[in-house]
Design a protein around this ligand. Structure first.
Ligand code: IPE
Ligand code: IPE
Ligand code: MG
Length: 209
């Protein structure tokens, strides 16, 4: 992808080589609650602010010509959070999916998701599917949201898929597994970021990273 003169200048100013940019950046978006609490506010305020950070991250990745950005939005473990917080997050997600549709189209982003559909409310699934549908032919960056995602469950689903295909055991190799994951066909992440300063993987993209 051709970078604008402005982007090239900003890269040069930061001492970055455009040829060495990652193809696929994956982000574990953590620390929303602490961010808010440190400012004497409710955790949900941090989630609202997080949406703003997501927007600027997406814009910057588009400018840099990053091929794929994968954002960890909600893990299967997150269902253990208080019901009120879960409801807030799901409402926020739905609104986000609707509100960003225009931006997705303007930036030529191809929208996609990874995770299990089972367990997600219909009102979330509907907006998710609509974003996938309208952006399917876009040719810019792929934005992949991990929603109701678990790396272990992804492996379980992959094994189920492979077993259902009834392939002989000795024909199964790394490629078979890669192709059975939710991320089939996507480039593997070459940069994983976790915000909030912790080093945990929290069940994210276990095979891919
Ligand atoms: C990340 O922030 C958002 C989600 C996991 C949905 P947290 O809600 O985990 O905030 P902290 O880590 O408790 O500060
Ligand atoms: C990781 O953050 C999961 C997401 C960003 C969706 P968490 O805050 O949920 O992870 P743990 O509990 O600290 O491992
Ligand atoms: Mg956290």
């Amino acid at each position: 992808m051709k970078l604008s003169p402005d982007t090239l200048k900003r890269l040069a100013d930061a001492g970055l080589d455009p040829a060495k940019l990652p193809r696929h950046i994956a982000i574990i978006m953590d620390g929303n609650g602490r961010w808010a609490q440190e400012r004497g506010k409710e955790r949900v305020h941090g989630h609202l602010q997080g949406v703003q950070s997501v927007r600027s991250t997406i814009e910057e990745c588009c400018r840099l010509g990053i091929e794929q950005l994968t954002l960890y939005c909600f893990s299967t473990e997150n269902w253990k959070r208080p019901q009120a917080e879960i409801e807030f997050l799901m409402g926020l997600l739905k609104e986000y999916l609707i509100r960003e549709r225009e931006e997705i189209m303007r930036e030529n982003i191809r929208f996609t998701v990874i995770g299990r559909r089972d367990g997600l409310a219909d009102y979330v699934l509907a907006e998710m599917d609509e974003n996938i549908r309208v952006s399917a032919k876009n040719t810019g960056m792929t934005l992949c949201l991990a929603i109701n995602y678990s790396g272990r469950i992804e492996l379980v689903d992959a094994v189920r898929h492979i077993v259902a295909e009834k392939s002989p055991a000795d024909t199964i190799d790394e490629e078979t597994i890669s192709n059975a994951l939710y991320t089939a066909g996507m480039p593997e992440p070459d940069l994983l970021i976790r915000t909030a300063g912790e080093m945990r993987i929290s069940n994210f993209l276990l095979w891919q990273i």
